[in-house]
Design a binder for this molecule. Structure first.
Ligand SMILES: Nc1ncnc2c1ncn2[C@@H]1O[C@H](COP(=O)(O)OP(=O)(O)OP(=O)(O)O)[C@@H](O)[C@H]1O
Length: 255
């Protein structure tokens, strides 16, 4: 049996939410991802840790279909991302949430309108009342119901990150991809965001893939950590295991 360290479940029992097999991506002679492999089961939270320029963003862009891999397979919820087009790509995108490093809020829209936007795009059949309920639930989840009529520019960086998280959660995604979620935040606010992410992951039993080089993020959110070195999954384990590692390339992150 292949037991998952974060959920205690047999990895082989259910199909993975995300399966990346033999992924290669180069830019000219620069080989960024070289036979990268990773599987995430439902409910898992995995942090991909890597130095600046190691290929974390390239990895996430390949997963969401923004970059085309040179070789390999990326399966998200049973769909091969490289083959998904039109309606099937749209359906897949509704099930995968993405928290951008920049938050990507619309500055000309209120918080309410920012949250309604993805709902209107993917859940067109919801009534006005249902939309209101979903917006309020998402805002309550992140503790910011009082900001509903505010503009993004009136919010602090930490609040904007929370609103961006609420906007991701509103579609109740099965998989959430986080791109450096603590960038630009002070360490205390950063920790609050990570705790909120882990609370939400438990509440909705979502699967999370977080790319980061913030060790607070790794410690709090990463029950399972994958270290990206030389374009590969160099090591896969827990924070505690890596803290005890004698491998110099692992130790450089955990010392
Ligand atoms: N579109 C592109 N064209 C050419 N090279 C690219 C492109 N996108 C990324 N790269 C290169 O791929 C490498 C990995 O970039 P990537 O943005 O994935 O790093 P990262 O691990 O996310 O770094 P950071 O933590 O600093 O954000 C870099 O050397 C980068 O210059």
């Amino acid at each position: 049996m292949n037991i998952d360290i974060s959920t205690g479940k047999d990895r082989a029992a259910a199909p993975p939410v995300l399966r990346i097999a033999h992924l290669y991506k180069s830019f000219g002679a620069h080989h960024v991802l070289v036979d990268f492999n990773l599987e995430l089961q439902k409910g898992e939270s995995v942090v991909v840790l890597g130095r600046s320029g190691s290929g974390k963003s390239v990895l996430i862009k390949c997963i969401i279909g923004l970059l085309k891999p040179d070789q390999g397979t990326i399966m998200v919820l049973g769909v091969r991302v490289q083959d998904a087009k039109g309606e099937s790509l749209d359906q897949l995108r509704a099930k995968v949430g993405f928290l951008f490093q920049s938050n990507a809020l619309y500055d000309s829209m209120t918080v309410r309108e920012n949250l309604e936007f993805p709902l209107r795009r993917h859940w067109m059949r919801l009534s006005r009342e249902q939309v209101n309920e979903r917006v309020l639930e998402a805002l309550n989840d992140v503790g910011l119901a009082h900001t509903i009529e505010m503009m993004p520019e009136e919010l602090s960086g930490g609040m904007r990150k929370r609103i961006a998280l609420a906007r991701t959660l509103i579609l109740k995604p099965e998989l959430i991809l986080y791109d450096e979620p603590t960038t630009g935040l002070d360490p205390i606010t950063g920790k609050e965001i990570i705790r909120l992410m882990t609370d939400m992951q438990q509440k909705y039993n979502t699967t999370s893939l977080i790319i980061s080089h913030d060790m607070n993020c790794v410690k709090i959110a990463g029950k399972r950590i994958v270290i990206l070195i030389d374009g590969k999954c160099y090591a896969d384990g827990s924070y505690e295991t890596f803290c005890r590692s004698s491998d110099a390339r692992v130790k450089q992150f955990f010392e």
